[in-house]
Design a protein around this ligand. Structure first.
Ligand code: MN
Length: 279
């Protein structure tokens, strides 16, 4: 262990935010872990929804046609399949273990529909803000199935690297230039420890979705404080969690439903553009 390691400070869990049960789309039951009254945003992250159900009634109606402008949506499927299609002619299915990083930019209208009539739907959708200079960028997609996600097998830990570069050198395939994201899907055995350096100037949090870490059980979100090194320990049942980090954008945020801009005037423009079919 190099001496420099000793100078690193740990990033403690400084706040636990309880997930709020809610529903969205055409009645999909989900847990809002970020983007609610208790925790509106963690710049550059705007929202995190978690869905987990083996009752088709909770998810089957999906998310019919709706717009987005000014940010990115990241869909992470743990189990189940989600079909998407947009008004630009792009479509496909996000399958278990896969990720879709969609840059809505200046605007898309799309639908997200379960590609299954039974079984479990399990996963997340994360909303990532875009800086002013990229809000009106051309829409685009990054899509990766589970075979394209590198896996780091450690002592008591399995780390899927969706975005960012980890200590061992593995690099995740997803990119977002403005925020230089880290997105890891980590599973720990009971009592196992996990350590990873995350740049001190990046916002970081964990979203625990199975079992528990010391101080936080599933399904809850833990905000990580300042420091250089994330250091977490699983409880007696082990733990699965997302580790999410990125560079803050530090700009004013004006949001109205599926539109996230810098000013109220830009929000009004977004609504007008959507209503007049300019997306
Ligand atoms: Mn959507």
């Amino acid at each position: 262990m190099p001496d420099t390691q000793l100078d690193l400070t740990h990033r403690p869990i400084i706040k636990v935010s309880r997930g709020i049960p809610t529903s969205d789309g055409a009645g999909v039951k989900l847990t809002r872990m970020l983007g609610h009254q208790g925790l509106m945003q963690l710049d550059p992250f705007l929202m995190l929804d978690y869905f987990s159900s083996d009752n088709p009634g909770d998810y089957i109606a999906g998310f019919p046609e709706h717009p987005h402008r000014g940010f990115e949506t990241v869909t992470i499927m743990l189990e189940g399949k989600m079909r998407h299609g947009d008004n630009k002619g792009h479509s496909g299915v996000i399958e278990d273990g896969g990720i879709q990083w969609m840059t809505a930019g200046r605007g898309i209208v799309h639908s997200e529909t379960p590609e299954q009539v039974d079984g479990r739907m399990w996963g997340f959708q994360l909303w990532v803000n875009l800086p002013a200079k990229l809000k009106m960028t051309k829409p685009g997609y990054q899509e990766f199935d589970k075979t394209q996600i590198p896996v780091d097998q450690r002592e008591g830990a399995r780390v899927r690297v969706l975005a960012g570069k980890i200590a061992g050198g593995l690099k995740g395939p997803a990119r977002s230039a403005a925020i230089d994201p880290t997105l890891l899907d980590v599973t720990l055995e009971p009592g196992a420890r996990f350590e990873e350096a995350i740049s001190d100037d990046h916002t970081a949090f964990v979203a625990v979705y199975r079992g528990g870490l010391k101080g936080i059980d599933a399904p809850n979100l833990g905000v990580l404080g300042k420091g250089d090194l994330v250091n977490l320990e699983a409880g007696k049942d082990g733990a699965s969690f997302l580790l999410v980090a990125g560079r803050p954008i530090n700009e004013p945020v004006a949001r109205y439903g599926p539109f996230v801009m810098n000013t109220e005037a830009e929000l009004h423009q977004a609504v007008r553009d959507f209503q007049t079919g300019k997306f």
